[in-house]
Design a protein around this ligand. Sequence first.
Ligand code: F6R
Ligand code: MG
Ligand code: MG
Length: 372
Amino acid sequence: MTTLSIIKADTGGFVGHSAVHPELLRAAEDGLRAAAGDGLLLDGKAASCGDDISLIMTHERGPDDDGIHTFAWNLFQETTAVAKRLGLYGAGQDLLSDAFSGNLRGMGPGYAELEYTERPSEPVICFLADKTEPGAWNLPLYKMFADPFNTAGLVIDSKMHGGFSFEVYDLHEEKMIVFDCPERSYDLLMYIGAPARYVVHSVRSRTLDVPCAATSTQRLSLIAGKYVGKDDPVMIVRCQSGLPAVGEVLEPFAFPYSVAGCMRGSHHAPIMPVALGQAHPARFDGPPRVVALGFQIREGNLLGPRDMFDDPSFDRAREQANVVMDYLRRHGPFEPHRLPLEDLEYTTMHTLEERLAPQWTSMARPAVPTPR
Ligand code: F6R
Ligand code: MG
Ligand code: MG
């Protein structure tokens, strides 16, 4: 069995929170090369979207492996040291704890991991997003694996006609549930239509009984108990031969749907599919970006990446994202551009409420005296 792990963290931004400095990427690449040389990894590539570095790694140690997580944690310590030396912004931002003990859960970095038996040809797409949250994958995953208006194969490929099952996490209560689709798609949508709380964690083919997709599901804000940045998510999707085709996997991003994130992790904004060279959110720390890195995996070797959104057929989505951004921006501090109070990642409201509590008076009118 092979495991594909994407482990990501923001260890310092260049400039502000907009991008990763090339020296950090170089340090990450050097570390990955050494780990492949030492036999820890089969292969490894570093990539970035916005201010986050992703370590894209293949190995044979399974998900949640101490050795792999420790390696990633140590490598992020190294990129943090480079960020500190260069005076980059928010150096070490996502490394929340000094007491790392072998598993990244709750430690700040996000990770998506998928263990599978390699097919004779293994096309995979790694999606990396910046300035949004893990629930941002709910809509495209539904479209890829449950919507025949997106994925023709659900109707016309006998290996897909039996449908897919979605494993959903409740991030507030740390519970999970599995929905078999298509028959439970309305139940599924009731939950995953609320992406701040319910997040698709993985998807399996019911016919082939194989894993097809995995996402990162950490919420930094809840873990840390205070604002430390939106937990910009990553996702792995296997393609073809009874799974959605590459084009069916990319198709949902032709619509720049609205996600939570953007400026201060506290605004709705359209997600813009971009080539790697454009994955640097600048306007109002947005619009949120997504890149799609395609790989052919052969005996664990990552052939690629192909920069899948570097394609004029996504120009219209990018234009539309700019139009939607103009429209939303004009709301300024009003909803629905600004997130509802309970989802804001800054905590001014609590201090304000305490300070103004004495000034709020009851609206109840004095009782009207009954006429005698
Ligand atoms: C959003 C994000 C940025 C920052 C913003 C303010 O996920 O990272 O939008 O929230 O630039 O950053 P600070 O508070 O570091 O000045
Ligand atoms: Mg940052
Ligand atoms: Mg980021």
